[in-house]
Design a protein around this ligand. Structure first.
Ligand SMILES: [Mg+2]
Length: 334
């Protein structure tokens, strides 16, 4: 089963389905798409948004880095983020935090100065799932890579923790963990990582207003993720009301809610990948990011063949998605 391809394409498909619904209420979505929801890609090629563009940037930076160390990876992430910002295709409602931080990166500022320190927008974790697709990657390296790629634009501790959890969830599913078991494993990760500040990756980022120690700084991020994951577990314990996932676990404009709402859609429709991302796209919140994260999880569970084959042909940059999947598959996780 091609779980790596399934996850990368799932991210792109969810993102593309959520593209026209991101700024609509559920009533407006239903009026436009009918009771089935936005259940088919629009256009040929079907366009995705900045979520997938930036996930590709992270994926290629992983590929280009000679080593997955802070010194080797940071310049590759910087190069790919700057190329994304300057691309003529960067016209898909990109997030303000990313544009601002990458502006500083383009000028050569140290990332710790370029980053938007107070931002925990979901822009850092909507792009992180490729990190979870590197076979056998050491979990401390997975943590460092996930947090560094987040920290370069979003400096808030919750952006860092949510980014690691999103990559870790992807990794768990690739390794065969059932989707329903993922929320509990993420809560366990929140507990055992709570005071671990990864200074070798993050340097002096913790020296922000209000933080007294590195452990204090990062604990705030893990605690905010824990709170929303507890909401997720409680919501999943109730029968599915079929309503907007944003009502259960949040609108997803912020990192921890995008993770929780994406995972909510994936777990609710664990046996039906298309339904899972349609559920994510039919939300009042950040629909493209929720559906993209749901798609990355559920695609990792079911593999590439579970997606409609005509979608694989119609999605834009399909050759690039296939090439990145192939490179990630071959990466030994050095
Ligand atoms: Mg987007």
């Amino acid at each position: 089963m091609d779980r790596i391809g399934g996850s990368l394409y799932g991210l792109a498909f969810g993102d593309a389905l959520g593209k026209p619904t991101e700024f609509l209420t559920v009533a407006e979505i239903d009026e436009q798409f009918g009771p089935a929801g936005p259940d088919d890609l629009e256009g040929d090629p079907a366009l995705f948004t900045d979520d997938t563009q930036m996930a590709l940037a992270v994926g290629w930076a992983l590929h280009d880095a000679v080593d997955l160390t802070p010194d080797a990876l940071e310049p590759q992430l910087r190069k790919r983020f700057v190329a994304w910002a300057h691309s003529p295709e960067n016209d898909r409602a990109p997030g303000m935090t990313c544009l601002r931080a990458v502006g500083g990166l383009a000028e050569g500022m140290p990332w710790v100065e370029a980053t938007v320190a107070g931002s925990k927008g979901c822009g850092a974790n909507m792009r992180v799932t490729p990190v979870g697709l590197i076979p056998g990657l050491d979990l401390d390296v997975l943590a460092g890579v996930s947090q560094l790629q987040a920290a370069m634009t979003h400096g808030h501790p919750t952006a860092l923790a949510a980014s690691e959890l999103t990559a870790y969830a992807t990794r768990l599913v690739v390794d065969g963990c059932a989707l329903a078991d993922v929320p509990g494993k993420l809560l366990a990760r929140c507990a055992d990582q709570r005071e671990i500040y990864r200074e070798d990756w993050l340097g002096a980022l913790w020296r922000s207003p209000g933080a007294t120690t590195p452990a204090d700084f990062i604990a705030r991020g893990w605690d905010e993720c824990k709170a929303v994951l507890e909401h997720l577990v409680a919501a999943l314990a109730r029968p599915d009301d079929g309503l907007d996932a944003s009502l259960a676990t949040g609108e997803g404009w912020i990192a921890e809610e995008a993770l929780a709402s994406g995972l909510y859609c994936a777990v609710r429709h664990a046996d039906d990948p298309v339904r899972s991302i349609v559920r994510g796209a039919r939300t009042s919140g950040d629909s493209d990011s929720i559906a993209a994260i749901a798609g990355a999880f559920v695609g990792a569970a079911h593999g590439l063949d579970a997606w409609p084959s005509d979608w694989v042909d119609r999605i834009e940059h399909t050759d690039e998605l296939a090439a990145l999947a192939s490179h990630l598959r071959g990466n030994d996780g050095n």
